[in-house]
Ligand binder design. Sequence first.
Ligand code: FAD
Length: 414
Amino acid sequence: MSRYSIFSLIRNGLSYNQNWQRAWKSPEPKREYDVVVVGGGGHGLATAYYLAKEHGVKNIAVIEKGWLGGGNTARNTTIVRSNYLWDESARLYETAMGLWEGLSQDLNYNVMFSQRGVMNLAHTLQEVRDTQRRVNANRLNGVDAEFLTRDQIKEIVPIINLDCHYPVMGASFQRRGGVARHDAVAWGFARGADKYGVDIIQNCGVTGIRRENGAVTGVDTVKGFIKAKKVAVVTAGNSSVLAAMAGIRLPLESHPLQALVSESIKPVLDTVVMSNAIHAYISQSDKGDLVIGAGIDQYTGYGQRGSFQLIEGTLKAIVEMFPIFSRVRMNRQWGGVVDVSPDACPIISKTDVKGLYFNCGWGTGGFKATPGSGWVFAHTVANDNPHPINAPFSLDRFYTGHLIDEHGAAAVAH
Ligand SMILES: Cc1cc2nc3c(=O)[nH]c(=O)nc-3n(C[C@H](O)[C@H](O)[C@H](O)COP(=O)(O)OP(=O)(O)OC[C@H]3O[C@@H](n4cnc5c(N)ncnc54)[C@H](O)[C@@H]3O)c2cc1C
């Protein structure tokens, strides 16, 4: 596969862009693989990429029921940060942040990672205390974090109204945080995995997981049975459905989470602003649209759409905080299905079925972890043992009680 570079751009330009190679092949599934990764979102594709690249696993397939990134990967609001409270999470998300910082070069694919900063507002004295505690914890873990006063917030975001009906009292700020282009992340990992010989198979839903004598033997798909020594499931909101196919129950609830974008406007907001208290967050994309999101709908379900009252509340909060946006028109709204765990932390784990692994429970905030999640999960699958970074995120924490409560840092704040 040829590298993308200024030279390939010129060469292909000279032949009227008729000779670009496909970014990945679309083969028919083989009868047997060493590892089948179920789910062609960012996490599944990253898992396959690192399995092949870092662990030399040769015979891998990614099986996706729809199209690459058509799940939450391309439905999210692309916020990337690593300023989580607890040591375990800080290590996990900071590993991801390190990988993000070199990802475009590593994949030879521009994922448009833009470190424009992520600001989390505090509106009450208690929120100020919690925010300062998190900033201190972040610093102890080597994660960049600052506490901003009202004046400092205003300097970074001059258009903000700090005196909305929950007045803003301060904020945390992670300058290395930011946004990335979500489809590009899926496509870049797909192209990278393809380069290492991974078969990427779209439009191929998994309908069953077969097991024999306590070990996985393969997956039933709409294209027939595929034998596999190991099956790694990375299906986000559908994880419980896949678990049921293998006779397992996961401590997850699937909820709709929605987002919306406005028409394009001139650049006015060059950082990400989030608020737990008023349940809304906003950034401006490189195209100029305002990208807006909120909290989950409270009911469970698999519909990729959300309820109207949530959007109404979110926009009310955004307009109060940014009166300048009051006449901007909204362009599109959509939903995804997020897999929420009881401690707002992911599950990256072996299971009681030999050769069957799950990576799920990322809830409202897994995009930021995509490269790190794939990296540690690949280690887990390749070695049949978790990496020290994801060991605390194993399923057994729900038996032992060693939960990692990240509700404060995860909540609406993606
Ligand atoms: C509206 C919204 C906003 C969000 N905002 C952010 C944010 O700003 N920052 C952040 O960090 N996170 C955010 N998230 C969360 C983030 O999108 C997810 O945690 C992350 O993208 C999960 O990636 P994934 O690859 O695990 O899942 P997905 O991209 O959902 O991939 C799972 C794939 O599995 C496939 N699949 C399901 N069932 C089967 C089957 N039976 N057979 C084969 N394939 C199957 C699906 O089709 C899908 O493509 C947001 C989510 C939503 C919905």
